[in-house]
Design a protein around this ligand. Structure first.
Ligand code: MEV
Length: 337
């Protein structure tokens, strides 16, 4: 039996634009998916998934991944999660040159599904790592990241960047621009996450931005402007001292850039009433900046605030189901005992 875990992430900047080759800076956070894998002596795959959301619903899913569980949750989310597990299994079989390997798999996650915190990337990354190790193969995290990207790309019909999977596999803050992915050393930023209890459909939202970009010049310009914000933010991060507390100046400027980024994402049509309400509640509570994170449409926002004020304000914001501090996860995918 082999157990691996991988972190979720927030986007400091750059979601959506990264799909068109602009840079993005996601940061791994200490919310993890854990995947436990045990090899079977036939070629079947059985999956059990528990705690796939912050509000604690439990999915008991027995059977092969083509039978869907009968549970009282959004079925499309469960189906999507199972699709990612299937794709991870295919990658592990390929990496270990064991096309007929079968597995019993248990997925546990404290990252809400489809809410912009990289739940699918974390499940795929931890799944590939655990399944290949179970078959006696140790992959470097860069290869886990690459295989996880291929798995996500397949499940999302070609609408995926390397950002989520690279960040989850490597941990810390990363910079992704097309195929060029690297770690950036940053101070521990004081992230606060607000969650509206919902989820967006990443494929749909990415396709919507693509349509807008094809039809309107403003949308193409907006995508480029997001790229400019990311370049500016990245410069600030690389000039800062990663071992020191982030300075007031750094937080102020990063916060402004986050606010700009949120405005541009809103113009691209990927925000929602509850995401905007949480963003404004965070700003009113004194956060340095706030924006949606991930594909949008519902799910999570991320704010910068070292004090408890934003978290408290979010908890009283209509439409916000949960708010929590999210520490930067310096470690990416890892073996667990
Ligand atoms: C989704 O977490 C982030 C998007 O930029 C899509 C992607 O990068 O694959 C919207």
């Amino acid at each position: 039996m082999t157990l691996s875990s991988a972190p979720g992430k927030v986007y400091l900047f750059g979601e959506h634009a990264v799909v068109y080759g602009e840079p993005a800076v996601p940061c791994a956070i200490e919310r993890r998916a854990r995947v436990r894998v045990e090899a079977r002596d036939d070629d079947h795959v059985r999956v059990r998934a528990t705690d796939l959301s912050l509000d604690g619903f439990t999915v008991e899913y027995h059977g092969s991944t083509d039978e869907r569980p009968d549970v009282d949750v959004d079925r499309s989310l469960v189906d999507a999660a199972m699709g990612y597990v299937d794709a991870a299994v295919d990658q592990a079989r390929d990496a270990a040159d064991a096309p007929d390997a079968g597995f019993d798999i248990v997925v546990e996650s404290d990252i809400p599904l489809g809410a912009g915190l990289g739940s699918s990337a974390a499940v795929v990354v931890a799944g590939i790592d655990a399944a290949t190790r179970e078959l006696g193969h140790e992959l470097p995290p860069e290869e886990v990241a690459d295989r996880a990207f291929r798995a996500e790309y397949e499940v999302q019909d070609g609408q995926a960047s390397r950002a989520d999977t690279f960040c989850s596999a490597m941990g810390g803050a990363v910079r992704v621009e097309g195929d060029d992915c690297r770690a950036i050393d940053t101070p521990a930023l004081p992230f606060v996450v607000g969650f509206d209890g919902g989820a967006g459909d990443t494929g749909e939202l990415v396709a919507g931005v693509r349509r807008l970009k094809e039809e309107y010049d403003f949308a193409a310009d907006t995508v480029e402007s997001i790229g400019d914000i990311v370049r500016r933010g990245e410069e600030l991060l690389t000039e800062s001292d990663p071992s020191a507390q982030p300075s007031e100046e750094l937080l102020t400027e990063l916060g402004r850039l986050m606010d700009f980024d949120h405005g541009l994402l809103e113009a691209l049509g990927v925000s929602s009433r509850s995401l905007d309400a949480m963003v404004w509640a965070a700003r009113d509570a004194g956060a340095y900046g706030a924006k949606l994170t991930g594909a949008g449409g519902g799910g999570c926002i991320v704010a910068l605030d070292p004090t408890p004020e934003t978290r408290t304000a979010l908890r009283f914001t209509p439409g916000c189901e949960d708010a929590f501090r999210a520490e930067l996860a310096r470690e990416g995918v890892r073996a667990e005992d």
